[in-house]
Every structure is written in C-alpha cells, then in structure tokens.
Design a protein around this ligand. Structure first.
Ligand code: ZN
Length: 265
C-alpha cells in the first residue's frame, strides 16, 4: 500500500517568521522558509492521520485541504505540538464521530489536564459533545506496529534531552523523529531498513543542544540507520533554506511546509 506523507509544518516552536515578522537569517522571499509548527499528515486512500496539533493546526489543514481526519497521534505535550487541539471540536462536529488521540500515558495525562473540556460529554457549559477519545500506547506497544484505520504505525521512545522523552513513529519505510536528541537500541531496531527519515535538526551547527538534534547528531545517527533520504525538521529562523541545502551532504535536505513524500507501507 502507498501512503502519502505531507510535512504540514517543519518550524521550531516559534515558527518562521517568528511573531512580529522576525525572519532571522531566513530570506523572506524564499517560500520554503515560511515554516509553521512541526506536524505531519499521513494518508491512505481511506484514512488520514496527523501527528501533533500545534498552534498552526487549522492553517495547515486548510492549506492542504484535508477534509477528513480519523485520528491524531502525539509525539509529546509541548505547546508547539499540542495547542491547536481545540480545532478537533470542529472535525468532531462535522464528521459526527469522536476523534481518537494516541500517545504515551504521560502525554495523554497532560492533554487531559490542560484540555479537560475536550474529554467531557457536553463540556463544562453543555455546549459541545465530547471531542476526543484517548488511547494509550503502553510501554509494551513500543516497537510494535498498530493499525489505525488501515495505516500501520509503529511508535518508539526517543530522548528529548532534558525535556524527557517524546515518541517517534514509523510508517512503512519512513520514520518521523521530531523533538529528539538521541535514540536507544530498541528505537534504532524499530526504524531499521527505513528509506526516508524526517528528523529534528533544530540545533543545526551547535556542537550540542540540550533538547534537540544537531547536524552532528543527525549524521551520527544516520550512520547507523542509513536512510537514503533525510529531511531536517523543527527548523528555526537561523536556518535559511537555500543556505542549508548547499551546506548539506547529498541525501540530506531541509524539509519545507507542503513537502509530499510517497511511502510504501
Ligand atoms: Zn518538545
């Protein structure tokens, strides 16, 4: 089966431009520098999933004209990956079904605490039906494929440095690793054999970063994984698209919002 993977957003927590139209080193005339907060859509002919619902969720869904949403899978609970979740109410009303949301237990608990009204039948003021249904990826799910709709998804635990852990996901021969500093042996085994890797490089030329990947860490990890095509994501305003593209070795490219990758699952 072929899956269509779309990079909905490849920006860091501030996006590019940052608020106040601050472009940093990014050329404002290069459309691929306009980066919304990190997110991915994965679609089969029958099912559409998204990974994370950041603050730009509605803009991304409208930009890609996504009409149907069957589930959301969350990498972790940081604001730039979660705070567009309110718009799931609208998919729930239009699709007339509760949206399943998948993540590890700590992330589901964070979402329940911060967006409790989305889990309530009729909400605190009786205005809205329950919008979401949580499904927990327990530790024994890690490295094991689950099928959501008809899309196989394999979650794995990633180090998010001093921020704790996040989840990465494998869809067929592609893996998505945002907000990641390092991977353990189980995660590396889970993504063994992938062709394409969308990976956090927020730290780019820094010698190290305490919560994100750097080019040095990305190259070292892909020495092991050997993905033929690597797309950098979670990029800040100091990473100009064309400059970075020229600096990268072959097989490595910065992602851009709207990038579509065909994946075999
Ligand atoms: Zn994060």
């Amino acid at each position: 089966m072929n899956l269509k993977v779309t990079v909905l957003g490849c920006g860091n927590s501030a996006g590019v431009p940052m608020i106040g139209n601050f472009w940093g080193q990014c050329d404002p005339d290069e459309p691929r520098n306009r980066r919304t907060r990190a997110s991915l859509a994965v679609a089969s002919p029958e099912t559409t999933l998204v990974v994370d619902t950041g603050p730009d969720f509605k803009l991304q869904i409208n930009r890609e004209n996504i009409q149907q949403l069957d589930a959301v899978i969350y990498t972790h609970g940081h604001a730039d990956h979660l705070h567009g979740i309110d718009d799931l109410r609208i998919f729930r009303l239009r699709g007339k079904k509760v949206i399943p949301i998948f993540s590890d237990e700590k992330t589901i608990r964070e979402i329940e605490e911060r967006f409790a009204y989305l889990f309530m039948e009729n909400g605190p003021d009786g205005l809205y039906p329950r919008a979401v249904e949580p499904i927990i990826f327990h530790p024994e799910f890690m490295g094991q494929p689950v099928v959501i709709g008809d899309i196989p998804v394999t979650p794995f635990v990633q180090s998010h440095g001093v921020a704790g852990t996040s989840l990465g996901f494998r869809f067929g021969d592609l893996a998505y690793s945002t907000d990641m500093t390092d991977l353990d042996q189980q995660a590396l085994e889970t993504i063994s054999g992938i062709k394409t890797w969308v990976i956090d490089c927020n730290g780019y030329k820094m010698p190290a970063n305490h919560v994100h990947g750097t080019l040095k860490s990305v190259l070292a990890l892909n020495d092991i994984v050997q993905a033929k095509q690597v797309y950098l994501t979670h990029m800040p305003a100091f990473m100009d698209y064309k400059t970075v593209l020229e600096e990268l070795p072959s097989g490595y490219e910065p992602a851009y919002d709207g990038l579509v990758i065909e994946v075999e699952a």
